[in-house]
Design a protein around this ligand. Structure first.
Ligand code: COA
Ligand code: ZN
Length: 303
């Protein structure tokens, strides 16, 4: 354990409408997605990732990206990023009025091939025109690095590979990096090892951690990240989600569980936990699997 003073304030990036829903096999009505996002809006997030402008063949669930994005109320003080894999996605996103995007690659070649049919190098090359368009339009860009702590196909992922991909994304000009444990295998020692390596190439306030809770280590990993000075964490309301290209992936770290821990530790987020619970309760009947948030279950048992 390091003796670092923990951050007093954290930005929670709500990824439920995108990461939480993309793996749902039953298509959810567009109106239900919009209502879910409106309820999240009431919780006061600074960032809500609302959808993906990816190939509808790859992710049929998010084929309604333009309708969802256009319908969502844009609260002042909140940004609404969307995933964009290529130039075609960027054109669709800009046409819908998007002001913040996320590009995504991985630290493992095998996963990148399965997810976006490219090598890591090809994915970076595909982002170059996207970055140019973003810069020209003043659109902010987050870069996701999936499978940073382990890969469903190749197993171990070396921290050097993560740093190498991170450097390439930084060279490309991304504003923020989100380091993803896509299949929920990370343990805190890996976080303690990786974060200082990344902090040597990027300011800490540009680094986000993105955990899945597949094996119950997500909050322990958050604590390790906090101790290393990380102040941005991704999570999904209710713990929805799982990546379609990550077999066995359970949900994202649940926003409720993350908020409960942070608030209990005296770390401010600006987010209303009860309002997140309300959004999850709205979403639950639209999903094919029960939501996994422990906090949500606890309050549902007592109310
Ligand atoms: N939006 C809409 N359609 C798109 C698109 C986009 N961003 N990118 C490609 N397409 C369409 C093409 O028009 C083409 O359609 P057609 O067959 O009717 O002509 C088809 O998709 C295939 O395009 P191609 O360029 O050959 O791409 P691909 O099949 O190799 O797929 C990706 C590459 C990246 C577009 C696709 O794999 C993808 O969108 N993956 C996203 C995966 C994801 O979101 N994972 C979860 C996040 S971690
Ligand atoms: Zn994820």
């Amino acid at each position: 354990m390091s003796s670092n003073v923990l951050p007093r304030k954290v930005r929670v990036v709500e990824v439920g409408p995108r990461d939480g829903l993309q793996n749902e096999s039953e298509i959810i009505a567009t109106a239900a997605k919009i209502q879910f996002i409106e309820l999240l809006n009431q919780a006061g997030f600074a960032t809500i990732e609302v959808t993906s402008f990816v190939s509808p063949r790859a992710i049929p669930q998010l084929a309604d990206a333009a309708q969802v994005y256009s319908a969502v109320t844009r609260r002042p003080g909140t940004t609404y990023p969307v995933l964009v894999p290529n130039r075609q996605g960027m054109e669709r996103a800009l046409a819908a009025g998007v002001r913040a995007i996320a590009v995504f690659t991985a630290a493992s070649e095998a996963f990148t091939q399965a997810n976006i049919h490219m090598t890591i190098a090809e994915s970076i090359a595909a982002f170059t025109p996207v970055m140019e368009m973003a810069r020209a339009e003043g659109v902010s860009v987050r870069g996701y690095i999936s499978t940073a702590f382990g890969c469903p196909y190749q197993g171990v992922v070396a921290p050097e590979s993560v740093v190498d991909v991170a450097q390439q994304l930084l060279d490309l000009g991304v504003d923020e990096l989100s380091i993803g444990d896509t299949i929920g295998v990370a343990t805190p020692n890996q976080v303690m090892d990786l974060v200082p390596r990344l902090a040597s190439i990027a300011d800490l306030d540009r680094l986000a951690l993105h955990f899945h809770d597949t094996r119950g280590t997500a909050l322990a990993n958050v604590l390790a990240g906090l101790e290393q000075g990380i102040t941005i964490f991704d999570s999904a309301a209710g713990g929805a989600g799982g990546c379609p290209y990550a077999p066995g992936a359970a949900g994202n770290l649940a926003t409720e569980d993350l908020l409960y821990m942070l608030h209990g530790m005296g770390i401010a987020t600006g987010i209303d936990l009860d309002a997140v619970v309300a959004a999850s309760r709205y979403l639950a009947p639209h999903l094919s699997r029960p939501l996994t948030s422990k906090y949500l279950r606890a309050v549902s048992a007592t109310h």
